[in-house]
Ligand binder design. Structure first.
Ligand code: CA
Length: 239
């Protein structure tokens, strides 16, 4: 069971989503505009936010940007805008996933479940080990913590420090960094990263990976150069 905030101005849709989430046992709060959503988050931080892009007044992008200043909870955006530029924009401000309108409740619930599972299990990939694109089955599982120079990733506690300073990462950024850093010098394809971290392939997924890498590099500062692009393949963490 999770605490979920729905931010959607279409009240029928908002209530419909609420009904379905409550049927799954979640504790749901509703906002019908951006400012109210921010107030509700200030009162109690939800485990996940479902955020409509097109809201009157303060739009979903502005809400997302505002939330990301202080919070790392997963944010699923609802949007009728499928243009790539919009996806990239949303990712820039820190959304973790998209559901394109119109969508089925079944699809939305699947995304919510996947997101909550990923946050809960976090990088349990560390325990199972992760197959590399090379198909090398002998790759040893990653330990519970990974240290690369000044970078320390505590996988169990979902915490990252850089030269002793806590680094704020979204769930997807964390999973991406943990996976790459746990297996230095191994190249991971974008397809693999999408499957592993987002859980399903979709149009524009490669750009999602790229955009997350850009943000990760930025947050890592000088160490960002460690995440290198492998031409024609994807990315690797260079040690
Ligand atoms: Ca709307």
């Amino acid at each position: 069971m999770a605490a979920i905030l729905i931010v959607e101005d279409e009240s029928d849709l908002n209530h419909l989503i609420r009904t379905h989430l409550e049927a799954e046992g979640h504790a749901v709060r509703q906002a019908f505009d951006g400012p109210t959503a921010l107030c509700l988050v200030a009162e109690g931080v939800p485990d996940l936010v479902i955020l409509d892009w097109m809201l009157p007044g303060m739009d979903g992008l502005a809400v997302c940007r505002q939330l990301r200043q202080d919070h790392l909870m997963p944010i699923i955006m609802l949007t009728a805008r499928s243009e790539e530029i919009d996806r990239v924009l949303g990712l820039e401000v820190g959304a973790d996933d998209y559901v394109l309108k119109p969508f089925s409740m079944r699809e939305l619930l699947a995304r919510v479940r996947a997101m909550l599972r990923r946050v809960a299990l976090d990088v349990r990939l560390a325990e199972s080990g992760s197959p590399a694109v090379t198909g090398d089955a002998s790759m040893p599982p990653a330990p519970g913590a990974v240290t690369r120079g000044p970078l320390h990733i505590d996988i169990a506690n979902h915490a990252v420090t850089l030269a002793g300073q806590a680094l704020d990462l979204t769930p997807k950024e964390f999973e991406l960094l943990a996976l790459l850093a746990a297996h230095p010098n191994r190249a991971f394809s974008r397809e693999f990263l999408v499957e592993r971290i987002w859980g399903y392939p979709y149009d524009g997924a490669d750009r999602t990976v790229d955009s997350h890498i850009v943000r990760l590099r930025k947050k890592l500062g000088d160490l960002g150069d460690k995440i290198t692009t492998v031409w024609g393949v994807g990315y690797r963490f260079t040690e």
